[in-house]
Each structure stands twice: as C-alpha cells, then as structure tokens.
Write a protein that binds this ligand. Sequence first.
Ligand SMILES: [Zn+2]
Length: 104
Amino acid sequence: MLTTKKQTSGSKSSGLKAETEGFIIAAQDQSLATRSYHASIIKDGSSPLCRMCNKYDETIEHIVSGCPELAKTEYTHRHDKAAAYIHRKVCHNYNIKTSEKTVV
Ligand SMILES: [Zn+2]
C-alpha cells in the first residue's frame, strides 16, 4: 500500500520519495497529462491518440501495457529487468551464487 507524504517517515513507509508516490497515485487516478486526458478531461481539442503508435487512445493503461510500439522494446526490457531481479532475490534467499551478469 502506498503512503501519503506525511506517512513516509513512519514505519509503514514504502521507501519511495514523496514525489514518486505522488506520480504513482496520479497514474492510478488516471490524472497524468496523457493525450487522452487532455482530449477528454481538459477538452483542449488535441488528439487523444498515442504519440508512439498513433493508433489507440493514449491512456495510462495503454502506455503501461497496451502500446504495440512500446511492446517491441520497452515491455521486453521491463520484463527482463523484473525477471533478473526476482532471479537474484531467489538465488540470494537460497544462498546460490550468481554471476555478475545477473546483477540488475
Ligand atoms: Zn501506443
């Protein structure tokens, strides 16, 4: 669970900077300045289409997991980084020595 700025110094701190937490909360609330947000909430007349693929509305969900252009590179990179982190933690937990190449 994320904490508010006032809670970051308490025992339930997420370990994230308040600025980072604020960004995550804004993303969860769908209130980041995506093109879809500008087109549908601000109603500034701009296109809601994704600036990467220009095919689908640029929403938070689209950016995080639905963009065909980002899928070619960024999603794979994110997957590999997460898998390497989990691998390293599992190996550490079971005292399995890992090579330097697996360090994230
Ligand atoms: Zn896209």
